[in-house]
Design a protein around this ligand. Structure first.
Ligand code: NAP
Length: 267
């Protein structure tokens, strides 16, 4: 573990909209650490050279869209969970080597436990979307006793390829087949970020379903608001975002992150 990173960054493209600097800097201030967490807009073409520079500086940080899969490839060593997901969202340098982890999986699991009241058991999870965050969701479902994931993506071969990587997962032919019988329905697409579109009408979900939107925005997402009006329990992506960030902080510094300070920074 690198307890003294030379620099702390978020690599993304675009990245200006990210809430991570606000809550990571709050955690740094609370811990009395003299570092600033900076968002760096790095294009895919620039990523490899930027990583080389950051390794020389013993930097640590996060990777976000579209860099998580490439950073995993550039790492010298990754944790088993990052290997399972195929993506790195948290990196640091140890003995000159770039190390990677994926804290999205535990961040997602923690956010679901927050709404369910405990780790889910014996439940079917419908996953809408088949990209990097969908893989993190399925990797979390894989760790839950008796749980299955049903994956639906608008690009069917991508959903089939994701499901094929996990014994707990099957692809769904249609969106309605995916949500039929699901106890938890997860939006792992960007739908709802900048519009009032919803991944699926909550009225079509089972009455007891829990709605988990990985998307977050000020005032919650349209899907979460509509699901609550329909009497369903629902959370947006903010609890996952804060928890993946807190776990990353703990990776970099080997000390507990001040989650209350992090939440206060985004409220
Ligand atoms: P990604 O790898 O680009 O995958 C996006 C998935 O959504 C793909 O399967 C894509 O389908 C699908 N999709 C995109 N637009 C769609 C549309 N209009 N209708 C139906 N499907 C659509 O992205 P990602 O990393 O998985 O991230 C997805 C979203 O999750 C992000 O936008 C972000 O808001 C959220 N997220 C939140 C957190 C958090 O901490 N809360 C963490 C990670 C991600 P195709 O395969 O056909 O392109």
């Amino acid at each position: 573990m690198n307890r003294h990173p030379g620099r702390l960054v978020l690599l993304g493209h675009p990245v200006a909209h990210s809430l991570s600097p606000a809550f990571q800097n709050a955690a740094l201030r609370s811990a009395g650490l003299p570092l600033t967490y900076e968002a760096l807009d790095v294009t895919p073409a620039e990523l490899s050279a930027e990583i080389t520079r950051l390794v020389e500086l013993r930097a640590a940080g996060n990777a976000t869209i579209p860099h998580k899969e490439t950073v995993r490839v550039l790492c010298d060593t990754v944790t088993p969970v990052a290997e399972r997901v195929g993506a790195v969202n948290t990196f640091w340098v140890e003995d000159g080597k770039l190390c990677g982890d994926n804290t999205d999986v535990a961040g997602f699991a923690s956010s679901v436990a927050g709404v369910v009241g405990r780790e889910p058991r014996n439940v079917t999870v419908a996953v809408i979307g088949a990209g990097g965050s969908a893989a993190a969701v399925v990797a979390a479902v894989e760790q839950w006793e008796g749980c299955r994931a049903v994956v639906w993506g608008r690009t069917a071969p991508r959903a089939a390829a994701l499901a094929a990587r996990f014994a707990c997962a099957t692809p769904a032919a249609t969106l309605s087949a995916a949500i039929h019988g699901a106890g938890i329905v997860v939006n792992a697409t960007p739908i709802g970020i900048g519009s009032d579109d919803m991944p699926v009408d909550p009225a079509l979900c089972r009455r007891q379903s829990i709605i988990v939107d990985l998307v977050y925005r000020r005032g919650e997402t349209p899907w979460v608001r509509r699901a609550r009006r329909h009497g369903l329990r629902a959370i947006d992506g903010l609890p996952m975002l804060i928890e993946q960030g807190a776990l990353a902080f703990e990776r970099w510094f080997g000390r507990t992150a001040d989650r209350e300070a992090m939440w206060n920074a985004v409220r």
